[in-house]
Design a protein around this ligand. Structure first.
Ligand SMILES: Cc1cc2nc3c(=O)[nH]c(=O)nc-3n(C[C@H](O)[C@H](O)[C@H](O)COP(=O)(O)OP(=O)(O)OC[C@H]3O[C@@H](n4cnc5c(N)ncnc54)[C@H](O)[C@@H]3O)c2cc1C
Length: 384
């Protein structure tokens, strides 16, 4: 039997987060979004609400049971108020999930409690100036030395580059080609030889986007995450959870925008009638509402498949290419419905437009998601 209901606990959590998003996040979204500074005050409140420990080990402060649906629900609900702050459960989940599953006990014990308590944030560093979509071609090297490795290379477009305490850095053993030569290392970003830089983007400013350069950075043996040469495969497995969660992030922001447009359309008068009386205004909003509803359930289906241990790589990719795209279109329709006010920086619509746009590229573009879907349908013939 099919069910689209969340559990009573999830509904209760959602109500709590909805209140928080409306009272704490939404009123300061524009102000936070204008600064390239991580909003630690809001982040710590997320930790108090239990948002940062979803699915992570209980002994470090988490909820223990892997729970992708609750994480998606939290992300979507928070994004209604502030999509930059709302990315925290996904980003913490992406790094902490890999550490918890594959990290050495002493490293996990050091960093997981701090991540779950909202004391630190972490970056995930795959993209380089020379490779992004074709991540298996990355050039950063980890040279084996006595007691560990020395990492050299450059990463670009990294979320939390200037705010993170640690990064999961993907690097290859010198001389090894392709994905099987890549390992994952947990690198403290205050280590000698690390340089960070800020990259101004068109949105997502509070996520401290930037570059990380590694010049012979020493990483001890204990900081290898997973088996040597397994870093790439492990990261891809975790992207299967982050992709639909980021889809929900965009959907949450778009739903807020369409709700605002619907409210505006009922009060703004033109030609002697409310805007809502014109089908040229109400029908596009109805269409965006329909697409957002479809996108939303596509994302939850990917997360449900993950929660019951069924294959979901293709559905997760669907949840990343389509939702951000239709969310962006919905936000655009919402600001046009507001006329000149929609373009104004006094309303959140233009800001959401710029923030949602980042997710057309972050975590892989639509083309790369379609490549994943096509390869599930047609095998390697679709990726040659
Ligand atoms: C807001 C934001 C946050 C990010 N955060 C992180 C982060 O935390 N960590 C991290 O490692 N990276 C991060 N990135 C980087 C992101 O993952 C990459 O930008 C993305 O994977 C694309 O890589 P690229 O920019 O090198 O583009 P390229 O790979 O050069 O691609 C350029 C264009 O070519 C297209 N293309 C490439 N190959 C194909 C193909 N085979 N078929 C069809 N089209 C193709 C792409 O779709 C794209 O449109 C972030 C990016 C953004 C915008």
């Amino acid at each position: 039997m099919i069910s689209f209901e969340f559990t009573p606990e999830q509904e209760q959590f959602r109500r709590e987060l909805r209140r928080f998003a409306a009272t704490e996040l939404a009123p300061r979204y524009i102000e936070r979004a204008a600064r390239a500074e991580y909003p630690w005050d809001a982040h710590k409140l997320l930790a108090e609400l239990g948002v940062l420990g979803i699915g992570l080990p209980e002994k470090y402060g988490g909820t223990e049971r892997e729970d992708p649906i609750t994480l998606g629900l939290a992300t979507e609900t928070l994004a209604y108020g502030d999509l930059n702050v709302a990315s925290a459960p996904v980003l913490v989940g992406l790094v902490a999930g890999q550490l918890a599953a594959h990290g050495r006990e002493e490293v996990v014990a050091e960093y997981l409690p701090q991540l779950i308590a909202g004391q630190i944030v972490a970056a995930i560093a795959v993209t380089e100036p020379g490779v992004g979509s074709d991540a298996a071609g990355l050039a950063t090297v980890a040279r084996p030395v006595e007691g560990g490795w020395r990492i050299s290379g450059e990463k670009i477009a990294i979320t939390h580059a200037t705010s993170a305490a640690i990064a999961l850095v993907y690097a290859r053993t010198p001389g090894c080609r392709g994905p099987s030569g890549i390992s994952c290392y947990c690198v403290p970003l205050d280590a000698p030889g690390v340089t960070r830089g800020h990259l101004p983007g068109m949105g997502c400013l509070p996520l401290c986007w930037g570059t990380l350069a590694f010049d012979e950075v020493f990483v001890p043996d204990t900081h290898l995450v997973g088996a040597p040469g397994r870093g790439f495969a492990a990261a891809m497995e975790h992207f299967d959870f982050s992709r639909p969660a980021l889809g929900l992030l965009c959907v949450g922001a778009a739903r807020a925008s369409i709700d605002e447009a619907a409210a505006w359309a009922t009060q703004r008068m033109a030609f002697g009638r409310p805007l809502a009386a014109f089908q040229g205004v109400s029908f596009p909003l109805a269409e965006h509402q329909t697409k957002l509803e479809a996108a939303r359930w596509l994302c939850y289906r990917a997360l449900w498949l993950r929660s019951v241990g069924k294959p979901h790589t293709d559905v997760a990719a669907m949840g990343k290419w389509w939702p951000p795209q239709i969310a962006l279109e919905a936000v655009q329709a919402a600001w046009v419905t507001h006329g000149n006010l929609g373009y104004s920086t006094e309303l959140p619509l233009q800001q959401r437009y710029r923030d949602v746009a980042g997710y057309l590229v972050a975590d892989g573009t639509a083309a790369i998601q379609k490549r994943i879907i096509a390869s599930t349908m047609m095998g390697s013939a679709a990726t040659q």
